[in-house]
Design a binder for this molecule. Structure first.
Ligand code: ADP
Ligand code: MG
Ligand code: MG
Length: 944
């Protein structure tokens, strides 16, 4: 029989830390701590399997599960020696949600369950503290009313404020027992009015209601959004933890708090956290009262503090990771309520992983697994320009919740943040405090600034996780969200005004500041010495360990020497894709590119016609030869100018390309450099048709005679544009199809590559050019292009140049993948072009998909954007087929990937599994790819 309920208490638990799938993170942690003999209030966990049953049955549980819960409730009552709802010494419990992955603020906890009109007096008698008992009851009605019965929080807050006002009380704690009796009556009135029924008095009914609410919350829109944003599957389900209560609100010898064993923002090894005396549950994170730093607990309750330090240090060693813990002190006795691996910034993650190795807690390979590859992005975040920053006036200071520099326009709501950023503006989201409903706005903002809340408030936690610079609890801000304005330091800002925040110091500056690259970037760029950056050194060590683990090679997509240099510094060993055409856009060469394009058709034809005639003349005799010579003269006259334009432009481009390639070879120091021949449709290099028409019309209007020359030039350009027009350019005249119709272009590019290789090699620098033919769907396309490349190589290199090169192809047309066995016979290597492969495999135009793809994601038709993360089950098959057939025809065939997916951790995992040799990604993603490749190997080891 399946077990749906797991008990913990009395020194042992049914579950343990490895059962997160079933018990959720919280439940597994409570079980593990119980087993370790730590002071954990006993209770039981209803499993995620029960949640899935609940959801699939449309909101109910089978009777056996209900009975199992009832049995465990009875067991808890026996262990505690108290009964729920008892009139003399009642048992109270909390009902806490807990999925496998923690979802901050997504599902609300209910405290003090079991209180009713009778048991509240029992609690009062037992503790001799009427104020405490009544306060607990009113909190319970409020939480239950809101979370389970769905009554707006404001309805309760309104009553509480009314009573406070009537009693002239400033804070909640100033209300005495009588006042709280008044609050309770008013609250019960609210419940009656809102639901038509009295507040439920039966503790078993309360328990069932709370449990169902937790299960229901799994499918609430906030939780669904969060899961989507974080790639958490929707069928994991949440567990419910029912746990006997301990009280942090029993007076000044009681407290509640949260903390981390290390600073989650910087990674520093310091005890870190906050607490509130005489408080309960979420008071600390709710941002209602401003909590005190945990260090002060040492003076307030030295014994409990020492015990807390001791326990959490042990937990860190036990879990081999930073712990994020929650505790409550009831009358000087410490209880642990939660522990989990702490979320942290990318910067902190690197420091912590390396420190844990140095402290002997982790082995290097284990440390590699502790850092989320994506979070390395944060180390590459900009910081403020130090000079501008030094001069800037600090208007206010809040808590430095998530590091990094953010600058942009002030917006006051999440919706405005989205609207402004859709218009291409950088925004900083300014709120009193953030709530889960703000997530969409937070994710598009440069940074987040709040007026209330501590380092563990929603804005802080979520900001860190998203890697958003965040400053929280900045009390000096006077925000009027309705009027969309903000007063601070004697100034008033309205929506759209500039602001800058420094998430590393908490400082707020009322103007736009220039930002400069991160510390790591500065070392890479050579403007900061590695010795002066401890962060960079740890980053290097961590990635060095990753390199020892990983099987996949990591290359970069780089077109120009400057990018290649960055890529190499970030650890790329090779270029997986140099898009030659990117160099064509440079100002000094675009005119020749345009000339080449406009003359290509006639020029190439002229070359072909005259060459054929010359061949025939060589074989002909007498009169026949004379006739042919005449014909040749005629052809030369007809095509002469086009040929001269075409070959002339190519001749001008040759040395430029040669210099580019030489630069790449030098920067890459003997690692392979894959250069792709011309790929995009030619019209991309020409002006837009409409734009030309407008320019011609304007010039004509201004004086047709005076502008005759320019009008003529533009008109011929316009004719060229119109001739090149295609209905479906992505499936049109591009890729190897260009090189097949205009072989001179391929020849010129091949010549530039080989001449560069020869020249660099002569300097004593090793070179490994790999010439890559794009868009091959039929092996004959490759055969034709390869012939040109090999002929050119023979011409340029001759014999004994010592330059070794490969000629391979991209696999990016589905037919190319399906016939990979045929293609492989002609190819020295494959490189999957997963952008086009996705475009053609999915039949999704990359340039047009934006219009509807977001809808697909919102409606859950697709889990991820297939252009960001490879569609493993569909397009992935084309990759697998390509690999299998390619290697079957040519064992050991070198295979890589050069699409955007090469820098996406989930896709990298797939490529590792598919047996590729390397991934290639943008230079800034190289560190992420190195780490992700290592983690893929740790998860699923494979030989090389
Ligand atoms: P979250 O997932 O939002 O952190 P929790 O279930 O951890 O929610 O509950 C929030 C807080 O409620 C805890 O940190 C703790 O302070 C309080 N709490 C939960 N259960 C108990 C309990 N049994 N006794 C005392 N306080 C509790
Ligand atoms: Mg919660
Ligand atoms: Mg918690």
């Amino acid at each position: 029989m399946t077990q749906y309920v797991y008990f913990f208490g009395g020194g042992k638990a049914d579950g343990n830390k490895d059962m997160k799938d079933l018990l959720g993170g919280k439940g597994a942690g409570l079980a593990e701590m119980t087993n370790a003999g730590l002071p954990v209030p006993p209770g039981f966990t209803v499993t995620t399997a029960a949640c899935n049953l609940f959801v699939s049955r449309g909101g109910s549980l089978p009777r056996e599960v209900d009975e199992e819960i009832e049995k465990n409730a009875g067991r808890l009552e026996t262990l505690m020696g108290k009964r729920l709802g008892d009139g003399t010494d009642p048992l109270l419990v909390s009902v806490r949600s807990g999925a496998k992955f923690s979802m901050p603020g997504m599902m609300d906890t209910i405290l003090n369950l079991g209180l009713n009109d009778r048991s509240v007096n029992g609690l009062k008698d037992k503790t001799g503290n009427g104020r405490f008992a009544k306060d607990s009851y009113r909190r319970f009605i409020q939480m239950y009313g809101n979370v389970v019965l769905g009554i707006d929080k404001d309805r309760f807050e309104h009553e509480l404020s009314a009573v406070k006002k009537a009693r002239k009380a400033k804070a909640d704690v100033d209300l005495d027992e009588k006042a709280l009796d008044d609050v309770i009556e008013r609250y019960k009135g609210v419940v009656k009015k809102e639901t038509g029924k009295p507040f439920p008095q039966d503790p078993r009914e309360q328990l069932g209601g709370a449990r169902d609410a937790v299960f229901r919350s799994w499918t609430n829109p906030r939780a669904v959004t969060y899961r989507k944003l974080n790639d958490i599957p929707h069928d994991l389900g949440t567990a419910v933890n029912v746990q006997s209560m301990v009280f942090g609100n029993m007076g000044d010898s009681s407290a509640t708090g949260v903390g981390f064993t290390r600073n989650p923002s910087t990674g520093a090894k310091e005890f870190y956290g906050e607490f509130l005396q005489n408080a309960q549950g979420e008071d600390v994170v709710a941002g209602i009262r401003t909590p005190r730093p945990i260090a002060e607990l040492q003076t307030v309750m030295p014994k409990a503090y020492a015990q807390l330090r001791d326990i959490t240090t042990r937990l860190e060693r036990h879990y081999k990771d930073v712990q994020d813990f929650e505790f409550t002190i009831q009358d000087n006795t410490l209880y642990m309520l939660q522990t989990r691996n702490g979320k942290r910034t990318g910067v902190a993650a690197v420091h912590i992983a390396v420190d844990l190795v140095d402290e002997g807690i982790l082995k290097p390979a284990e440390a590699v697994g502790k850092v989320d590859p994506q979070s390395l992005d944060q180390l590459l975040h900009p910081i403020f320009d130090p000079v501008a920053r030094g001069k800037a006036e600090i208007a206010a200071k809040g808590l430095p919740a998530s590091p990094g520099a953010a600058t942009g326009a002030v917006v006051f709501t999440a919706d405005d943040a989205v609207a402004w950023s859709q218009k291409g503006k950088r925004v900083v989201l300014v709120r009193m405090e953030t709530v889960p409903d703000d997530i969409h706005g937070m994710s598009v903002a440069q940074g987040i600034l709040t007026a209330t809340g501590g380092m563990t408030s929603h804005a802080a936690v979520v900001g860190r996780q998203m890697g958003k610079p965040s400053v929280v609890g900045c009390g000096a801000l006077d925000i009027d969200a309705k009027a969309k304005s903000l007063a601070v330091a004697g100034k008033r800002l309205k929506e759209g005004d500039s602001i800058s925040i420094d998430g590393s110091t908490g400082e707020v500056i009322l103007k736009e500041l220039p930002t400069s690259p991160s510390e790591v970037l500065q070392v890479v760029a050579g403007t900061l010495k590695a010795d002066r950056s401890p962060l960079y050194k740890k980053f290097e060590r961590l990635l060095g360990w990753a390199d020892e683990v990983r099987r996949l090679g990591v290359r970069a997509n780089a077109d120009i020497p400057r990018d290649a240099k960055v890529a190499f510094a970030f650890g790329a060993r090779g270029i997986g894709l140099c898009r030659t055409e990117h160099m064509f856009f440079a100002e000094d060469r675009l005119p020749y590119v345009v000339k080449m394009i406009l003359s290509a058709a006639r020029g190439q034809r002229g070359l072909d016609v005259t060459r054929r005639l010359k061949e025939r003349i060589a074989d002909a005799k007498g009169e026949h030869a004379a006739a042919l010579r005449k014909e040749l003269a005629k052809a030369q006259k007809e095509y002469g100018k086009a040929i001269a334009d075409y070959t002339g432009a190519l001749a001008r481009l040759l040395p430029m390309q040669r210099a580019d390639f030489a630069g790449l070879f030098e920067e890459m120091r003997g690692t392979p450099v894959t250069i792709r021949t011309l790929d995009p449709p030619l019209h991309e290099f020409l002006p837009k048709r409409e734009e030309l028409m407008v320019r011609i019309a304007t010039l004509t209007a201004k004086g047709e005679k005076r502008n005759a020359r320019e009008i003529k030039r533009l008109s011929s350009l316009l004719r060229g544009v119109e001739e090149l027009h295609e209905f479906n350019p992505m499936l049109g005249h591009r890729g190897c199809r260009l090189g097949i119709t205009y072989p001179e272009i391929t020849r010129m590019q091949a010549r530039a590559i080989f001449e560069a290789a020869r020249n660099v090699s002569k300097k004593g620098i090793a070179v490994k050019p790999e010439i890559m033919i794009p868009l091959v769907g039929h092996v004959n396309e490759l055969v034709a292009q390869k012939k040109l490349v090999l002929e050119t190589a023979a011409e340029v290199l001759g014999k004994g140049s010592g330059v070794e090169y490969l000629v391979g192809t991209m696999i990016e047309v589905p037919r190319g993948a399906l016939t990979a066995d045929e293609v492989a016979k002609e190819a020295d290597f494959f490189s999957f072009g997963t952008n086009d492969l996705t475009q053609m495999g999915f039949g999704l135009s990359r340039d047009d998909a934006g219009r509807f793809l977001t809808q697909y994601l919102e409606q859950g038709l697709l889990e991820k954007d297939p252009f960001v993360s490879l569609d493993a089950s569909g397009v992935g098959q084309l990759v697998e087929i390509g690999v299998r057939k390619g290697r079957a025809a040519k064992p050991g065939l070198k295979i890589g990937v050069c699409g955007e997916h090469g820098g996406d951790p989930a896709s990298i995992r797939f490529f590792h599994g598919a047996g590729l040799d390397y991934v290639s990604c943008s230079p800034y993603r190289v560190p992420i790819a190195r780490l992700a490749a290592a983690q893929a190997q740790l998860e699923k080891p494979s030989g090389d």
